[in-house]
Design a protein around this ligand. Structure first.
Ligand SMILES: Nc1ncnc2c1ncn2[C@@H]1O[C@H](COP(=O)(O)OP(=O)(O)O)[C@@H](O)[C@H]1O
Ligand SMILES: [Mg+2]
Length: 554
């Protein structure tokens, strides 16, 4: 850049700048490369990925969000796509692979239009119009249902695509029970806060030993071995301040002139602690869960009184226990009263494998529950955890919204056809973009078929003709190379998942298409740790991303 011959530098030296079409090209390539990478894991018959991080830890999964979380990418456009998958996870809890695959396809189709000389702004406009229309239509065709069978089907559909699918009936029931248990009506609408479904992972046994506890399980042990291990009809106090001897303040002035004085002073202190415990006992508490310390003296007294005492309980767990038992957090031991106590059928110190837990269970209509996950190995337990995470989220979506759509590519096909019809009503070049949007949605049934080893061209032809006949709920039967009614088959997904897919995928596609200039500061050299630079073994190169090789690193 120059003004009357004098160069004016507005960018830092070494700043990398990619202009116009080059920038767009590079961004589209990066985004589609990411989509291509997760595409083969979409659906029940998708493949699993083995991810190895820079310190050699292995994760085996086919959870799109998990795959993208674990890989390290450098390209800014790839990062934007990964962000969309995270948003999908936060908003709907499932559909994280789908959103990436659809966004990638939207960009691939956009690329074809660009090659035909259609300007990015026209494509952006077309995508915006198509997305709006898609969302409207999606709402129209959604099915209203939130009965148990639907909830079970939604949970099972999510778990179909996971390694644990053999246990999906068992786990789906557990998930539905958990979500319904914590659902609460707030101002006339049903709300499910998944924070109140605690998950405890413990390897050992097998998946079928996974259980739902009607209450809260805390990974702590009793403070004193002489405390009772089991209490029935427990009265529970949850306490914030420490129950211990307060150390005398530094500036206090104590005059001690004889050994008797020391003993008297000690006794005085002990009396204070004794008073605290007496008070707790007086209001009838049989279990004390304390956020801070319970000292040995206090614990010894509790044991004598047959009171269970547990210290250092996480605040979050105390909140859950409060929800489950009705106990109210005690912030000041002086204003103790039995109004603060909660109740549980059983409180028990229990050991699972080599770990100790306190079970607060058998609560009456608890609004907080715990799922204790079991599985043969750490890998299994972690994959069960991810599956349960998705299943809890989709069941929550449906309990809250009461709306589902057919899976197996059915809803995407119905949307694609509707948007095609919508495009007919438009004129000009924008029509091409709207059609490209419709075509992009077909990537879902096509990929499901492809991943199942079916002939995608044949399957798509069958699917088109089914929908042509008005069978709008028909999707891909992944086991019989035919189409079938997904509603009848019980392959259902929350409306919220698909709504979010449309929103996020079209937003990121538009966002990336709008960029015509990438100005990247020179990457600062990171000090090299023992494991080497961040890209380590897990960089794009490490993942076999040949396609990314030509991309300028930014
Ligand atoms: N039994 C089934 N038959 C056909 N499609 C199914 C079946 N179960 C699940 N699906 C489809 O699999 C897709 C979800 O795959 P998944 O790997 O979980 O990706 P995502 O991370 O996007 O949820 C959805 O389109 C869903 O409808
Ligand atoms: Mg899924």
């Amino acid at each position: 850049m120059s003004l009357s011959g004098i160069p004016v530098l507005i960018l830092e030296k070494d700043t990398k700048r990619t202009h116009g079409r080059n920038a767009l090209q590079s961004n589209i390539m990066a985004a589609t490369a990411i989509a291509e990478m997760v595409r083969s894991s979409l659906g029940p018959r998708g493949m699993d990925k083995m991810l190895v991080d820079s310190i050699g830890d292995v994760t085996i999964t086919n959870d799109g969000a998990e795959i993208l979380k674990k890989i390290e990418v450098r390209h800014p456009a790839a990062k934007i796509i990964i962000q969309a998958s995270k948003t999908q996870d936060d908003e709907a809890g499932d559909g994280t692979t789908t959103v990436v695959v659809v966004a990638g396809e939207l960009l691939k189709q956009a690329q074809l239009l660009l090659e035909k000389g259609i300007h990015p702004s026209i494509i952006i406009k077309g995508y915006r119009l198509a997305a709006e229309e898609a969302l409207k239509y999606l709402n129209e065709i959604a099915i209203e249902a939130k009965d148990d069978k639907t909830l079970m089907n939604v949970a099972k559909t999510t778990m179909n695509s996971k390694i644990i699918s053999g246990f999906k009936d068992y786990l789906a029931k557990l998930v539905v029970d958990a979500v319904k248990q914590v659902a609460e009506e707030v101002d006339g609408t049903i709300k499910v806060d998944l924070n109140f479904i605690k998950i405890i992972k413990k390897e050992g046994e097998d998946i079928s030993s996974t259980q739902l506890v009607k209450g809260v399980v805390v990974d702590k042990e009793l403070k004193n071995d002489n405390m009772p291990k089991l209490i029935r009809d427990a009265k529970i106090a949850i306490v914030n301040p420490a129950i211990k001897l307060e150390k005398t303040e530094l500036d206090a002035n104590i005059r001690i002139s004889s050994p008797e004085d020391i003993i008297a002073f000690k006794q005085k202190e002990e009396e204070l602690v004794r008073n605290m415990v007496e008070k707790i006992k007086a209001i009838g508490a049989s279990v004390i869960l304390c956020q801070r310390e319970i000292d040995d003296l206090a614990a010894g007294m509790m044991a004598k009184y047959n009171i269970m005492g547990v210290q250092n309980v996480a605040k979050r767990d105390l909140q859950r226990i409060s929800k489950a038992t009705g106990a109210k957090l005690i912030n000041n031991l002086d204003d103790l009263s039995d109004e603060y106590l909660g109740s549980a059928g059983i409180v028990e110190a229990r050991q699972i494998a080599d770990s100790k837990y306190i079970f607060v269970e058998d609560c009456k209509n608890p609004k907080a529950v715990t799922i204790v996950l079991r599985g043969g190995t750490e890998h299994v337990v972690n994959e069960v955890d991810r599956s349960i995470h998705d299943a809890l989220a989709v069941v929550r979506d449906v309990v809250e919204d009461g709306k589902v759509v057919p899976g197996g590519g059915a809803v995407e096909m119905a949307l694609a056809r509707h948007i095609e019809e919508y495009a007919d009503k438009l004129s000009g070049k924008v029509q091409h973009a709207v059609r490209a949007f419709a075509k992009s949605l077909e990537i879902v049934p096509r990929t499901l078929a492809e991943n199942a080893g079916l002939d995608p061209i044949d399957m798509m032809a069958k699917l088109h003709s089914a929908h042509e006949e008005g069978k709008k709920t028909y999707g891909v039967d992944l086991y019989k190379a035919t189409t079938k009614d997904m509603v009848k088959a019980g392959v259902l997904e929350p409306l919220r998942v698909k709504t979010q897919v449309i929103k996020s995928a079209s937003e990121v596609a538009q966002l990336i298409l709008r960029i015509d200039d990438v100005i990247a500061a020179k990457k600062r050299e990171m000090p090299k740790g023992p494991a080497g630079p961040g890209m380590g073994g897990m960089g794009m190169g490490g993942m076999g991303m040949g396609g990314m090789g030509g991309m300028p690193p930014m």
